[in-house]
Write a protein that binds this ligand. Structure first.
Ligand code: 3HC
Ligand code: NAI
Length: 701
């Protein structure tokens, strides 16, 4: 039972006790109804208080229970709320910290609500691709008014209790307590005062009206707005329809309509993807063999080596979090350039009103520079972001080993080099870890934390916690070429090249993938990142892995100096100072000539084939990555792609998407692609893990 019951004087107190956030799972729901039965059967009890233990009143329905039989098992949340409403004795909710989703719906089923100041109040179901499914769309408009309720439900954003209490009178909250500490006592006092109210006089939110003076016109306007803002997501419009039902239908019919819409959304692929994302994001922060209580090192000061593209952005993350940073460079001019870029970035934010001048000043005051390694002797974490050459990294890490204090974490931002080799340049490989930020490092959410063979568990625990502090989504990767993200993108890029060989154009490929939902197709992305990066990798591969075949189109493009936006021309043409990709006749000619040289007769390729070949090339490499133990769970791979590579959020990442399509279907498509006469039988060999899961009828989990 995850709700506690006790009697204080003549008040029964039911305390939700399902850590971490009192999710309203089956056992908790049973705990509530059992408590209600006891309280109503006990003559000594005159009134009832419901509250939550720990750090929340309630975070809502238990998300972990979704999709299991327990989610719908009676008493479901709707039935619990009916039981509250039917109570013969007054019920007061004592609300503090967090009241969200089903938690708020539960509170709205109580007769009275006492709330602590500073409580986060929200119906955030829309963020999970859902709508409030236990009366929230019917009851919230009755206490807040239609417009405020609709805003809260469609945005899912939390509003502080004090703001709601001051703006919207006493219908949502009957009392604002003096503090979170006193809310329970004040609710008990409140319960004593209302004890003895006749059952028929107990106030129920369902009995209040839900009206809008210009209902149809308002909802038509709101629908247009919401539709425009949520084109790939069905939930926001359904939220609106449910709230509208509160104004056009009787209460119980509105509840039935809400349930119908909720059920539709629960079965939608978008909600499945968003729920997966919620869980995967939290799971990514946990490393299977690193216990939650692993001691962490204190990070009070950070050193950054290199003030280039990455060093500057990396530094800004720590400054934003209030952590002092000292940047080291080889020359003063390089430092000056780096600092000027940081200033420019912050000033742009100030100009746009996104950052206050005082905050900007505070952040810059935390930043210092040096040309001398000895000045980094007090740093708790030193992140290297110098040129991508092992020899340069060796010089840096050898010096760091000499000056860094014992216990300092030494991190490399390398994107391709072997972190174990870098660790071996020091006598303290246990302190060395990869921190692979993505460009622009002050903006991109993803941080791949690269775990070397000897990286200490406390180092990992520290870096994962620090990532949260600087608002990054950290995913642990083992050491391999490209880590998780770039190892997969290499296969995707190879496949994109083969598509050009066979008959597609860069714009057709980009359009197909962007229609699927990627922020950018592979060729526009190449132009943005610089086609020379891939060129360098392919040259290296020619000696290291001669068996790996590529289309020659990208090399031919680079031979023309078309590196992308930075050279004003790449797969596309660019007008000076502009980023719009203009189809290039030079490139089309280059591709056609290439096909002739190779004796390829081009064919028409469908958008569907393009998308499948590109996405499944990610999936197959993802399966290898799981098998090799580079990623510990498929959700981690999804997080990498969702936060670092522009994979559409509503599709949940490549591995989740493959699960939704069905791994059998994915494998069948791959077999079909392998029959392509241009395929040498290598690319589409299914990863053994994929084969195994298909044979067992399982999914990536
Ligand atoms: N059910 C189960 N577990 C939940 C949960 C929920 N509703 N909400 C959060 N948790 C868990 C998280 O999975 C995490 O677990 P972990 O420690 O094992 O990783 C833990 O609580 C802490 O979560 P956060 O890391 O997010 O902690 P924060 O303190 O930053 O935030 C929070 C707490 C504000 C409650 C945030 O977790 C949140 O926004 N949760 C989602 C709330 C939500 O969407 N509720 C609606 C659920 S759907 C619903 O109610 C349907 C109903 O209308 C029928
Ligand atoms: P950059 O060329 O913009 O900056 C490198 C800086 O390091 C230069 O300012 C240089 O003066 C300085 N430097 C070189 N050797 C040094 C030394 N011995 N001591 C002190 N400073 C030194 O390079 P960028 O793009 O910032 O890349 C840095 C690292 O980050 C590389 O390892 C790269 O692979 C990695 N990376 C780059 C990404 C990108 O998109 N640019 C993305 C993720 C990682």
């Amino acid at each position: 039972m995850t709700a506690e019951y006790k009697v204080v004087g003549d008040v029964a107190v039911i305390t939700l006790a399902n850590p971490p956030v009192n999710g309203l799972g089956f056992a908790t729901r049973v705990g509530i109804t059992d408590g209600l039965d006891k309280a109503n059967a006990d003559d000594a009890v005159k009134s009832i208080v419901i509250t939550g233990a720990g750090k929340a009143f309630s975070g809502g329905a238990d998300i972990k229970e979704f999709g299991t039989p327990k989610a719908a098992q009676e008493p479901n949340l709707g039935s619990v709320i009916l039981a509250l409403e039917a109570s013969q004795k007054p019920i007061v909710a004592a609300i503090h910290s967090v009241v969200m989703g089903g938690g708020l719906e539960l509170a709205l089923g109580c007769h009275y609500r006492v709330v602590a100041p500073g409580t986060s109040v929200a119906l955030p179901e829309v963020k999970l691709g859902l709508l409030p499914g236990a009366g929230g769309t019917q009851r919230l408009p009755r206490v807040l008014g239609v417009e405020t309720a609709l805003n809260m439900i469609v945005s899912g954003e939390a509003v502080k209790s004090d703001v709601l209490a001051s703006l919207h009178g006493q219908k949502l909250f009957d009392k604002l307590s003096a503090s979170a500490e006193t809310v329970l006592d004040e609710a008990i006092d409140f319960a004593k005062k209302v004890a003895g109210t006749k059952p028929e006089d107990l106030p129920l939110v369902r009995n209040l009206p839900s009206r809008h003076p210009n209902g149809e016109a308002y909802f038509a306007f709101a629908r247009n707005m919401v539709q425009g803002m949520s084109k790939n997501y069905p939930a926001p419009v359904k939220c609106l329809e449910a709230v509208r039902a509160s104004t056009t239908m009787k209460f119980d019919a509105g509840i039935a309509e809400e349930r119908r819409l909720f059920t539709e959304l629960m079965l939608s692929p978008e909600s499945s993807a968003l729920r997966h994302l919620f869980m995967a994001e939290r799971a990514a922060s946990k490393v299977p063999d690193v216990e939650a209580d692993t001691p962490q090192r204190q990070i009070k000061m950070v050193g950054v080596i290199g003030a280039g593209t990455m060093g500057g952005g990396i530094s800004m993350n720590f400054l934003n979090a209030g952590i002092p940073v000292k940047i080291l460079e080889m020359k003063q001019e390089a430092l000056d350039r780096g600092i000027a870029t940081i200033r420019k970035n912050y000033e742009a934010q100030v100009k746009k009103g996104k950052l206050k001048q005082e905050k900007y000043d505070e952040r810059m005051a935390l930043l210092s520079t040096t040309l001398d390694y000895a000045d980094l002797k007090d740093a708790d974490l030193i992140i290297e972001a110098v040129f991508e050459e092992l020899g340069v990294k060796e010089k840096v890490f050898t010096q760091l080993d000499e000056i860094a204090k014992p216990g300092a974490i030494l991190a490399s931002n390398t994107s391709t080099l072997d972190v174990d080799k870098i660790a071996a340049f020091t006598k303290r490989p246990q302190d060395v870890v990869g921190m692979h930020f993505f460009s622009p490092a002050n903006v991109m959410k993803l941080l791949e934390v690269v775990r070397g063979a000897k990286t200490g568990k406390d180092v990992l625990a520290t870096v994962m916690a620090l990532a949260k502090k600087i608002k990054k989504t950290a995913v642990v990767s083992g050491v391999c070429d490209g880590f998780i993200g770039n190892r997969m993108i290499e296969q995707y890029s190879r496949q994109a090249g083969f598509l050009l060989d066979e008959g597609a154009t860069p714009q057709q490929v980009d359009r197909a993938v962007e229609k699927f939902g990627f922020a950018m197709g592979p060729f526009r992305m190449g132009d943005l990142a610089g086609n020379d990066i891939g060129w360098a990798i392919r040259k290296r591969r020619a000696t290291e892995r001669a068996d790996m075949k590529y289309s020659r189109t990208a090399d031919k493009l680079c031979e023309l100096g078309r590196f992308g936006q930075k050279t004003g021309a790449g797969w596309y043409d660019y007008a000076p100072g502009k980023r719009d990709a203009i189809p290039s006749p030079v490139v089309l000619e280059l591709i056609e000539k290439h096909r002739k040289d190779e004796g390829i007769v081009p064919r028409k390729i469908s958008d569907e084939e393009i998308v499948q070949r590109l996405v499944y090339s990610l999936v197959n490499e993802g399966a290898h990555i799981l098998e090799d133990g580079i990623a510990s769970k498929s959700g981690d791979i999804d997080m990498v792609y969702l936060t670092g590579y522009g994979f559409p959020l509503w599709r949940g990442g490549p591995m989740h998407y493959a699960n939704e399509v069905g791994l059998y279907n994915v494998a069948e498509s791959m077999k079909r692609f392998a029959k392509n006469p241009r395929d040498d039988g290598e690319f589409w060999k299914p990863a053994p893990l994929l084969q195994k899961l298909v044979a067992e009828g399982k999914k990536f989990s």
